[in-house]
Design a protein around this ligand. Structure first.
Ligand SMILES: [Zn+2]
Length: 529
């Protein structure tokens, strides 16, 4: 089979066919169409996410003979030359190769001359962080006083190594890693166009092993086509990549739930006999555990590489806390597996650790161990107490007088649609039957006549007096909304610190390098608010 390398053949030639990076693409489209052009752009992101592809499309958009546009014609000689890689005014430099670094100065010295055939001379400098200091200095000079006809498009995987002086002169875009679904559906499209048969699950495997890089995904796909012949099947791809069959992974979680240590060891030996890469299997296991956890809170967000039924079954076997711990153990296992005498030993140890922790986690039902719930109950009790006090206060208080406590008042008003307005207002003064309130400018959308009227009405009803409400837009410090979010975060902090002090959790942290993700803890009485 002779065919052009897929990554090259399917390299997107315009913004429409580019996969992912929607935010960056939209920003560039707007800039081009409104001709709000910057003289230096910086694309950052891990390898294979589309930095140079974007740079080339941008270069083409800037130089299309039909005019600057987000939709370069693709037919004029400039567009064609950019696509072929021989456009004279597009200078591509790979800063990672040393010889070229020395050429930088010379290149930049030439930049003062007008472009030969295009509108702009475009310099694409890939892996720009690799430039030498003198090369950066040379570039900086041009960046400080850029001639009209120059555009820089810089790309790097490591923006932290780019001098701030350069960064500050660039419009920066952070490109995201591609998600598995996007990669997989792109592969799907390519294979359909190429008329190559495939199993959908095989594409999922390729997408997963590409780790967010479309370029890697396409090169694995190239190998897969060569390896598989007529049809790209899940089995062939698993073989080729040495990836573990999902059945092994789900089986591990089933046997663990059954507390069957011997079966777990049997599974890992079988995997080892099949030459499955046990180290990367830990990645897959972590991913599976993650998927089950996600399913527990958001069933619709399942990534769909396992049958929903399977995920559902697994999600019922484990508590959320156990899944968090198992995940942590697996992630640690990834570190330890290379220190182990061999991969099988390392892998087995991880399984045994999971087993060692699992029964205690499940059977002793952490409620009794983690004081989280105690805090929940005390804080709940104190909150209830507070509420009842408020009720008493409300009953005893003369409803005819305003005591200056706006927060309390807001709680007692029947606000209806005016609630969000009242929550965001800060109390200023109450004089001559006029409530003066302030509203932050970023909440000024709440300043609607019907809201204000409703607020006024509810105050009038409450005090049984003809009262007016005046709202000014100004900075606010303490609104009911701010106060309640402060209270919530205080409560959360208390819960967190108590949880961290708990012996059981401490043990995990110390002996297992387990980590409690602080924001994952939430007192129950805040749930649903
Ligand atoms: Zn064109």
């Amino acid at each position: 089979m002779s065919h052009q390398v897929l990554a090259r053949k399917w390299r997107p030639k315009n913004f429409d066919t580019l996969v992912g990076q929607e935010n960056t693409v939209q920003a560039l489209i707007n800039a081009l169409d409104q001709e709000r052009l910057h003289h230096a752009y910086l694309f950052t992101g891990t390898r294979g996410v589309g930095k140079t592809t974007l740079a080339r499309i941008l270069a083409k958009s800037l130089n299309c003979e039909k005019g600057i546009s987000s939709k370069p014609c693709g037919e004029c000689s400039s567009c064609l030359a950019v696509d072929k890689g021989n456009f004279v005014d597009l200078i591509e430099v790979d800063a990672a190769s040393n010889t070229k670094v020395d050429e930088m100065r010379e290149l930049l010295e030439n930049s003062q001359y007008a472009p030969t055939s295009g509108r702009f001379k475009v310099y694409i400098i890939d892996e720009v962080h690799m430039l030498s200091n003198s090369a950066f200095n040379a570039m900086l000079k041009t960046l400080e006083e850029p001639p009209e006809h120059i555009k820089f498009i810089l790309a790097t995987t490591d923006p932290e190594k780019v001098p701030v002086t350069v960064l500050s002169r660039c419009l920066q875009f952070n490109l995201k890693q591609m998600v598995i679904e996007k990669i997989s559906s792109h592969l799907d499209m390519i294979l359909t166009e190429e008329k190559i048969k495939y199993e959908k699950k095989a594409l999922g495997l390729i997408a997963k092993s590409a780790k967010g890089s479309m370029r890697d995904a396409l090169s694995i796909l190239d190998q897969a086509i060569a390896y598989s012949g007529n049809e790209i099947s899940e089995q062939k791809i698993s073989e080729m990549l040495g990836i573990v069959d999902n059945d092994f992974l789900t089986n591990i979680l089933y046997k663990l739930a059954d507390n069957k240590g011997d079966e777990l060891i049997k599974i890992s030996c079988e995997m080892n006999n099949k030459n499955i890469a046990l180290d990367s299997t830990l990645d897959d296991l972590a991913r599976l555990i993650h998927e089950v956890s996600v399913y527990q809170v958001a069933p619709s967000k399942s990534q769909g590489f396992l049958d929903d039924d399977e995920i559902k079954k697994l999600s019922k076997l484990y508590t959320a806390e156990t899944l968090q711990l198992l995940y942590q153990i697996v992630i640690n296992g990834k570190k330890d597996i290379y220190l182990a005498p061999d991969l099988l030993t390392g892998f087995n140890t991880t399984l045994l650790r999971m087993l060692a922790f699992f029964p205690s986690m499940q059977s002793e039902k952490i409620e009794s161990k983690i004081p989280e719930r105690k805090i929940e109950s005390t804080s709940k009790a104190s909150l209830e107490k507070k509420n009842s006090q408020a009720q008493i206060k409300g009953e005893l208080k003369d409803p005819q007088e305003f005591d200056g406590d706006w927060h309390e008042l807001v709680k007692n008003l029947k606000l209806g649609i005016a609630n969000s307005l009242a929550q965001e207002c800060e109390f200023k003064t109450y004089q001559n039957y006029i409530f003066e309130l302030t509203l932050d400018s970023n909440k000024s959308h709440l300043m609607q006549e019907n809201y204000i009227k409703k607020l006024e009405e509810s105050i009038i009803n409450h005090f049984n007096k003809k009262i007016k409400v005046k709202i000014l837009v100004d900075q606010v410090k303490e609104t009911p909304a701010i106060k309640s979010s402060d209270e919530k975060s205080k409560l959360l902090k208390e819960t967190e610190s108590a949880m961290m002090k708990d012996g059981f959790v401490k043990d995990l942290i110390e002996n297992f390098d387990a980590q409690v993700v602080p924001t994952s803890i939430e007192p129950i009485n805040n749930k649903g608010k």
